[in-house]
Ligand binder design. Structure first.
Ligand code: SIN
Length: 320
């Protein structure tokens, strides 16, 4: 695969959808990288702060202004609708989403599952607030616009610290370093460095659920996540299953190692299955995937339990 220059193009529009995060964070002092408030600086202001972006034809829209720990279905649905709207415009080359790092992998997977597009949708984020002495957001934003504007990637990807990652593989792997993301064994799709795109492999095609009719946020099937661990007795599962108003339609179990489940938790999950609940098995390991089939515990199609939860919500909707 060949190296491509990502020079600005004046003939195509890139739409930047702002959702907040540390990239838009503000701290009381320039050396404070952790005691800031996320989601404070508007997306227009973020773009204006990167002089190199003046060479691109950009449109900005503030879809939300949140700390991404508070992400939920309401905003996911709004973001999806705005992305679909802009991707359908012929003059738009691609869409950038500015996002917090904490749930970036979940939003990326959500958009990957629901957007059938060859145009680039590039999520980006920052680990240091906009007010830091040396913020990482401006370079990440510039890289995201370059990827979205030149069409050298297709579908949903994430770029942080020059690393371009697929929505299926990306995960946050470090609590505070600027190079906080990893694709595990799969590795990145490529690197964007010094105005050049250096590809390693093609992105995974998305849009598996693009045709699904999506209800409003309050009507979605409830899917909960439970971790298997030492001393896990399944009480949490039993308590929720006993609550008529909060009873989940599905559970994702983040198993130990290759998806094994503590026997007491397994007992509680079997009772949930007997009540009609779907249970999918993922792993709490940061790398690798669950290998082998298990009749009682079907394996999620994606190893990350956080992404498997999204997949199961969509599958339950499709089956309804
Ligand atoms: C957030 O996820 O919104 C806050 C943390 C971050 O962006 O690094």
């Amino acid at each position: 695969m060949t190296v491509v220059s990502v020079a600005p193009r004046a003939d195509k529009t890139v739409v930047v959808l702002g959702t907040g995060g540390t990239m838009a964070g503000r701290a009381a002092s320039r050396d404070d990288h952790v005691g800031y408030t996320a989601g404070e600086v508007g997306v227009d202001q973020l773009l204006a702060g990167v002089p190199d972006l003046a060479a691109w034809r950009l449109e900005a829209e503030q879809v939300a202004q949140i700390d991404s720990k508070d992400m939920g279905l309401d905003l996911w649905l709004r973001l999806l609708a705005r992305a679909r709207h802009h991707l359908a415009r012929p003059e738009v080359a691609g869409v950038v989403v500015t996002h917090g790092t904490d749930t970036l992998e979940e939003t990326a997977y959500w958009l990957h599952a629901l957007l059938a597009t060859d145009k680039p949708v590039v999520l980006t984020a920052a680990m240091r607030p906009a007010t830091a002495l040396v913020p990482d957001g401006p370079q990440n934003l510039l890289d995201a616009v370059a990827l979205a504007g030149t069409g050298c990637v297709s579908g949903v990807v994430c770029v942080v610290a020059g690393q371009v990652m697929s929505a299926t593989d990306v995960s946050k792997a470090h609590t505070y370093r600027t190079d906080a993301f990893s694709c595990g064994d799969a590795g990145p799709l490529g690197w964007i460095e010094a105005g050049q795109w250096r590809p390693l492999r093609a992105n995974v095609a998305g849009g598996q659920w693009a045709q699904l009719a999506l209800p409003e946020a309050t009507q979605w099937p409830r899917v909960e996540l439970v971790f298997s661990h030492a001393g896990q007795d399944g009480a949490l599962v039993r308590a929720l299953m006993a609550s008529p108003s909060d009873r989940p339609a599905g559970w994702v179990v983040a198993g130990t190692g290759n998806g094994t489940i503590h026997r007491d938790l397994a007992g509680a999950l079997q009772q949930a299955q007997a009540m009609g609940c779907r249970v999918l098995r993922a792993t709490r390991c940061a790398q690798g995937r669950v290998l082998g089939e298990h009749a009682q515990w079907p394996t999620a199609p994606v190893a990350s339990p956080y992404k498997a939860r999204i997949w199961l919500m969509l599958e339950l909707l499709a089956a309804a």
